[in-house]
Design a protein around this ligand. Structure first.
Ligand code: HEC
Ligand code: HEC
Length: 256
C-alpha cells in the first residue's frame, strides 16, 4: 500500500515546490529606492513635520519662515544636491548652515527642530530617504524641450498620482499582481513594456495587447484597485512621443 502512493506523493511535492518557487520568483517585489524611502519616511515620523509625503510642512511656531520646509520647492533653499540632503537627515543640519549665527538663532526660536537620524538608521536607509526627497523635489530636471514637455504631461495628465514623481514610486495597489503600481524606473517596466508599440498601447488603451491576451495577467489587472486609465481620447498629437522621450530619459538617468 505504502509504495503504491510513494511515487505520486513525491512527484506531487516536487511539483508544488517548483510551482511555489516560480510563483515567488515572478511575484518578487522590485521596490525602487525612492519607494523604500517613502515607506521609511512614513515609519520614521518625517511626515508629521514635513506634511503628507513631504509636500507641505506643518506650522513651526516661533520661526520667521513660519513652517517646516517641504520636500518639494523648499529643498532648493536648504540643499544644493543629494549630499546636502544626506547631511540634513544624518546630522539634523548641514555644515554650512551650522556656521551661520542667524540660522542657529532661527533654529532655537522654532518649536520644531530637525532631528539627526544618523544613529537610528543605516547608510542604505538614509540613501533611500535621499532618493525619496530627490524625486519629490522633481529631480533630475531635464533640459531638452521634448523631454521637458513629457515631464509636464506626467503632471497635467495625472500620471504621477499613481506612479509617483518621475515614475519612481511603487504605491500600494491592493489585489494587483505584485501589490503595487509598477514604477517606470526599475525592472518591472521591462517586463511590462518590451517596445515602443507596447508603450503606446498601455497609454492609449490602459493595457498592452500582450497583457490583454494573457488570462493570468488579465485576472490580476482586473481585480486590482487601481487601473491604468485609457488616454486615447485625451492625447494631443506629439504627446506620446514626449512621454516616451521623458520616460526613456528618466530610466537612463537612473542607471547612471
Ligand atoms: C520634529 C520635526 C521634524 C521631523 C520629525 C523631521 N524633520 Fe526634517 N526638518 C525639520 C525642520 C524644522 C527643518 C528645517 C531645518 C532648519 O532650518 O532648522 C527640517 C529640514 C529637513 C531637510 C532640509 C530641508 C528640506 O525640506 O529639504 C530635509 C531634507 C529633511 N528635513 C528631511 C527629513 C526626513 C527624511 C525626516 C525623517 C527621517 C525628517 N526630516 C524628520 C523638522 C523635522
Ligand atoms: C489611476 C492610476 C494610474 C494613472 C493615473 C496612470 N497609471 Fe500607468 N499604470 C497604472 C497601473 C495600475 C498599471 C498596470 C501595471 C501594474 O499593475 O502595476 C499601469 C501601467 C503603466 C505602464 C506600464 C509599465 C509600468 O512601469 O507600469 C506605463 C508605461 C504607464 N502606466 C504609464 C503611465 C502614464 C504615462 C500615465 C499618464 C499619462 C499613467 N501611466 C497614468 C496606474 C496608473
Amino acid at each position: 500500500m505504502v509504495s503504491r502512493f510513494r511515487v505520486p506523493l513525491i512527484a506531487f511535492v516536487i511539483i508544488c515546490g517548483a510551482g511555489l518557487l516560480l510563483w515567488l520568483g515572478i511575484t518578487r517585489p522590485h521596490l525602487t529606492s525612492a519607494e523604500r524611502g517613502r515607506r521609511l519616511a512614513e515609519r520614521e515620523g518625517c511626515f508629521a513635520c514635513h506634511g503628507s509625503e513631504g509636500t507641505g510642512g506643518t506650522a513651526n511656531f516661533g520661526r520667521s519662515d513660519g513652517t517646516v520646509p517641504n520636500f518639494k520647492d523648499d529643498v532648493m533653499m536648504f540643499a544644493h544636491g543629494p549630499e546636502d540632503i544626506r547631511e540634513w537627515i544624518t546630522n539634523g543640519k548641514t555644515e554650512a548652515k551650522a556656521k551661520s549665527l542667524t540660522w542657529q538663532e532661527e533654529r532655537e526660536k522654532g518649536v520644531l527642530k530637525m532631528p539627526a537620524f544618523g544613529k537610528r538608521l543605516s547608510q542604505s536607509e538614509i540613501n533611500d530617504l535621499v532618493s525619496f526627497v530627490m524625486v519629490t523635489s522633481g529631480r533630475p530636471q531635464p533640459e531638452d524641450s521634448l523631454i521637458s514637455k513629457g515631464l509636464r504631461l506626467t503632471g497635467s495628465l495625472g500620471c504621477i498620482g499613481c506612479h509617483g514623481p518621475g515614475g519612481a514610486l511603487a504605491r500600494p495597489n491592493p489585489k494587483s499582481f505584485k501589490g503595487y503600481v509598477a514604477p517606470w524606473i526599475g525592472p518591472d517596466f521591462e517586463d511590462l513594456v518590451r517596445n515602443r508599440d507596447e508603450f503606446n498601447q498601455w497609454i492609449e488603451n490602459g493595457v498592452s495587447d500582450r497583457m490583454k491576451s494573457n488570462i493570468f495577467a488579465r485576472y490580476f489587472l482586473k481585480r486590482a484597485v487601481l487601473h491604468m486609465p485609457e488616454y486615447k481620447n485625451q492625447l494631443q498629437p506629439g504627446d506620446l512621443d514626449a512621454l516616451w522621450a521623458y520616460i526613456t530619459w528618466r530610466r537612463a538617468q537612473e542607471k547612471q
